[in-house]
Every structure is written in C-alpha cells, then in structure tokens.
Design a protein around this ligand. Structure first.
Ligand code: CTP
Ligand code: MG
Length: 204
C-alpha cells in the first residue's frame, strides 16, 4: 500500500460498487420484472417485510455485475499501482474471479435487503433516507460474503490465496478504514448523478 491507497481501495471493492449500482440500471432495462423478494408479504407490524424496492431482478443483476466486474479486473495486470488483479485461481483461469465476484455481488444485494428489513421495522417507507445504513449496507454485505467465499475457495484449493485476508487484513487494515469513510461520500456523489440522469427517483 502506498500513496494510492484510495485508488487501490476503490479497485479492490469495484465488483461490489458495480453490483450495488446494477439493480437501478436493471430496473430501467426491465421494469416489468418487478417480482419482490418478500413476495408482497407483510411482517407482524403490518408493514412490508422488505418492500417493493427489493426485487429478484435486482438481486440477480447484482450477482451478474459483480462476477463480470471481477472477471474483467482479473484481465488487467498492473504492477505500477499494485492493484489487486482478482486472479486468485490456482489454474489461472476465470473460476476464482467469477465465484468471488458472484459472492461480492450477492453480498451487496443481501446486505441491502437486510438493511431494508430493519428500515421497514423502523417505519421508514421504501426510498426514504436512512443515513448511514443506506450507504454502508452493501459494504458490510460485500465484505462478509467476500470473506466467506474467498476463505472457502482457498480452503478447498480452488484458489491459491484467500483474497479477503490477503487484501484487507494484517498490515492492510487501512483499506477497511478508507472503505468505510470514502464509500458514503462516493455513494452520495453517484446518487446525485443518478438523480440528475433520472435513473433514481430521489438523490440518496
Ligand atoms: N432495486 C431492485 N432490487 C433490489 C435493490 C434495488 O429492484 N434488490 C431497485 C428498485 O427499483 C429500487 C431501486 O433499485 O427502488 C433503488 O434501490 P434502493 O435505494 O436500494 O431501494 P429503495 O427503493 O430506496 O428501498 P429501501 O428504502 O428499502 O432502501
Ligand atoms: Mg434507497
């Protein structure tokens, strides 16, 4: 890690960032596929379990986007900025990046949905702001699923290294600090742009 800590951190977590944006784009591309994950069911409090904003379409889009991002990144080799190349496969193939990216994407969607569950319990309607949980839900979810998947991949010998522990732990803990500080700021900027482009109904 060096002076490019921010760039390195963003590159490292790019599959999760891309995955977190994918559901909004998928909504524009396939507005008809709006089947909600909670099946329209209500919780004991009479409110939706997750809400109409959490769809299977969004969850699927996040998985696909995460996998595509990690696979694309694994093709980029750069020594200059010491950027993680996501090439954690023993054979050097695409299996590792694909599964790791898929897990990161799924993790962002699950983190977002778990956030929505608690958000509904607090009485906030879909689309209402809930700082800082709206901004960090996918970071927590992505890290948790990424950690589990990379440990599993390394333990089974599918990949030569444990992506999560070699990129985020030990002396590289500043990456985690940058991730939690920079993400809400970045999230805000991206959402204002999405709002201006009329992709999002609200600027958060
Ligand atoms: N989206 C989706 N499926 C998901 C997540 C998001 O289809 N699993 C789409 C929905 O159209 C949603 C939009 O992306 O309205 C914005 O996502 P987000 O801000 O996460 O959802 P909100 O509608 O704000 O709902 P909540 O209040 O529960 O966060
Ligand atoms: Mg929201």
């Amino acid at each position: 890690m060096g002076p490019f800590l921010l760039v390195q951190t963003l590159w490292l977590f790019l599959p999760a960032y891309v995955a977190n944006m994918a559901p909004v784009l998928a909504m524009k591309l396939a507005p008809g596929w709006s089947a909600p994950i909670d099946g329209g069911r209500l919780w004991r409090d009479g409110r939706r379990v997750l809400g109409a904003g959490k769809t299977w379409r969004g969850l699927g889009a996040a998985c696909v986007a995460g996998a595509l991002a990690a696979m694309s990144q694994s093709l980029v080799r750069t020594t200059a900025w010491d950027l993680s190349d996501f090439a954690y496969t023993a054979s050097g193939g695409m299996g590792g990046p694909l599964l790791l990216g898929l897990a990161l994407g799924l993790g962002t969607a699950v983190g977002d949905a778990v956030k929505s569950f608690f958000k509904r319990r607090t009485g906030r309607v879909g689309g209402a702001p809930w700082v800082p949980f709206d901004q960090l839900d996918f970071v927590v979810g992505g890290l948790a699923f990424g950690a589990a998947a990379s440990w599993l991949l390394a333990a089974t010998g599918a990949t030569r290294d444990d992506w999560f522990s070699s990129e985020f732990l030990g002396g590289r803990w500043p990456v985690l600090v940058v991730l939690f500080v920079a993400t809400p700021l970045l999230h805000f900027v991206v959402n204002v742009i999405g709002f201006k482009l009329r992709l999002k109904k609200v600027p958060w």
